[in-house]
Design a protein around this ligand. Structure first.
Ligand code: NDP
Length: 300
């Protein structure tokens, strides 16, 4: 293996520690404690795990965690009323509605009911527009985490060829906007892209956000390129025993690591950065809400 490992787990720990230091200062000097409200509707097991982890990490950095667990048959009107209540609560600086929502709810309507200044997921249409026009916004956590890792590894990204595989609203599109904002030449690939291998071979930076286990092989990677693997896919792992599974990314790690200059592992790459960036966004929102300077290096 020749690639440098980009250790998202370790980097996320440094982000959390920066956030915790800043939170401690806000408490001491401003009597201000940033607060994050997380709303979970229903009992999806994966969502429950994410919400627990978010709550735990929120309190670990010294912020207040408000958890709202609603039954799966909660009406949309009840959820919207809760969001209005949290929008008006000055102790809540960030609001996150865990997706997916049950089928009887309109996700766009719910997300757009959040005060954009408290939209720490960066999914509100105002934040999407602000990001797209290069203005100060709340930036979606996963692409923000990828950007921070790229900046930390390369310093300037200016002039680099970046290929983002995937065009979802939560990863692919905002990732492309962020890379454009850092003056990369950006190509966004998707399921209809012709000759994807050739497109990816031109990239100095590859961000894979597809949701297909190990889809990108090493021979698609330009020697020395940086590979950011966003995918989280659970596959069967008979080598670990009957019925066992393991997590893999969208890139075939072993073959990509042979040729890449740097690569994020799965797990331990982009995943831990996502929650760290949620905490960073909550801190940023609390500073903005109180007219205080924003923390350095924690925003796009
Ligand atoms: P979506 O399913 O919303 O989007 C997938 C994208 O991949 C689509 O744009 C789709 O194209 C494209 N695609 C699908 N098949 C191909 C193909 N054969 N060739 C090229 N492009 C293809 O997924 P998300 O963006 O939500 O998530 C992507 C992955 O990232 C998932 O594995 C998810 O679990 C993971 N993830 C990880 C996070 C983390 O914290 N690490 C956070 C969020 C997501 P088209 O638009 O044409 O259909």
């Amino acid at each position: 293996m020749s690639a440098t490992l980009i250790d998202g787990k370790a980097f996320a720990a440094t982000i959390r520690s920066k956030v915790a230091d800043h939170v401690a200062r806000l408490k001491k000097e401003q009597d201000l404690t940033p607060g994050l409200a997380v709303i979970l509707v229903g009992e999806d097991p994966a969502s429950q795990v994410y919400v627990r982890s978010k709550g735990k990490q929120t309190t670990e950095v010294g912020m207040t965690s408000f958890e709202h667990k609603l039954a799966a048959d909660t009406s949309e009107a009840e959820l919207l009323a809760l969001i209005q209540h949290l929008n008006a609560n000055p102790e809540v600086h960030g609001i996150l509605v865990q997706l997916p929502l049950p089928d009887h709810m309109d996700e766009d309507l719910v997300i757009n009911a959040i005060d954009p200044a408290k939209d720490v997921d960066g999914f509100h249409i105002s934040n999407v527009g602000l990001l797209g026009t290069g203005q100060k916004s709340m930036v979606p956590c996963t692409p923000l985490g990828c950007l921070m890792m790229l900046r930390n590894h390369h310093g300037s990204l200016s002039g680099m060829n970046a290929v983002v595989i995937g065009r979802s609203n939560i990863v692919g599109k905002p990732m492309a906007q962020l890379l454009l904002g850092d003056s990369c030449t950006v190509t966004v690939a998707h399921s209809r892209t012709k000759d994807l291998a050739e497109v990816v071979r031109r990239a100095d930076i590859v961000v894979a956000a597809v949701g297909r286990p190990e889809m990108v092989p090493g021979d698609w990677i330009q020697p020395g390129a940086t590979v950011i693997d966003v995918g989280i896919n659970r596959i069967e792992a008979p080598e670990k025993g009957e019925g066992k599974t393991r997590l893999v990314g969208d890139c075939h790690y072993a073959s990509c690591a042979e040729v890449a200059g740097a690569i994020t592992p799965v797990p331990g790459g982009v995943g831990p950065m996502t929650i760290a960036c949620l905490l960073a966004n909550t801190l940023t929102a609390a500073c903005r809400a109180n007219g205080l300077p924003e923390p350095d290096g924690l925003t796009a």
